[in-house]
Design a protein around this ligand. Sequence first.
Ligand code: DON
Length: 331
Amino acid sequence: MVQGTVNWNTQLDKKWLQEYVDDWVAFYQKATEEGEVASYIPILAEANPNHLGIAIHGKNGMRICSGDVNTTFTIQSISKVISFMVACMERGVSYVLDRVDVEPTGEAFNSIMHLEMKSLNKPFNPFVNAGALTVTSMLEGKTSKEKLAPLLKLLEKIIGYRPKINQAVFKSENDTSARNRAIGYYLVETGFLESDLEVTLETYFKQCSIEVTVDDLARIGLILANDGEDPDSDEEIIPRQIARITKALMLTCGMYDASGKFATYVGIPAKSGVSGGIVAVAPPRVRNAPFPFIEGCGIGVFGPALESRGNSIAGMKLLKHIASQWDLSIF
Ligand code: DON
């Protein structure tokens, strides 16, 4: 275990940390062979399954990154975190939570079965597709352009530049969207959708097609770790209550039907996407121990080879290792 009476902020300590992370990434890169890239959206199948990259951002510009960090990828389901926060900022938390629950499903992210099997008075949570489509339908605006603008603006505030929408991924997703359309029609029938179905689906597919890097995900994680504030400027980017509810949802529902295992064995809020991204949030620890990033950090991982639930297989293993080495668990 990494230990000693160091404060991990000097250049020397940073060099040690870098060496550890490089070793861990090289080790877990082998685990990419145990997974498969998503293929239900044809363009995602073109990703290199052996890629693995990580960025870790802390206070005072502390940044460690390793592996395939320059590859851009689409944010996919991690966008559900952003759309949920924007909907809460636009409509108010109680408006949103009156219409989408906060319970894990234990089912696949795009499951239809649970919508009918339980006597549902609202979709289970904002991170399964039924809940995410409902949240997207709540965003202000009549067109997908109007609905997406505040999402892109919030992301720009967090990551420092305006992200692009990958049109090829949007098209590929839109062309193979039968299951999301089925969920959408069910939501129309049950009266959950607040916007036109086509506008909601277009907005949802475009929000999933926003391009990011591991550094961008780490920035999102860092702001959430700090309850919505930028730890260096103290500027409030996301209201505290919304940041906290979002973290609770990430912990309980962020890794889909692997959320319980991730909470148990890794112990930090996280959200995955099918292109292989994971954003993880390590809040500041009060323990007076010589661990790195004791004041909290955000972690972005990219590894497109997925396990059966749609989470990056090597990314999850790498996060589990780092969380145990650096005592990141919130429990
Ligand atoms: O099929 C969809 O709804 C996707 N575009 C987003 C799915 C996703 O990232 C699920 N995550 N693991």
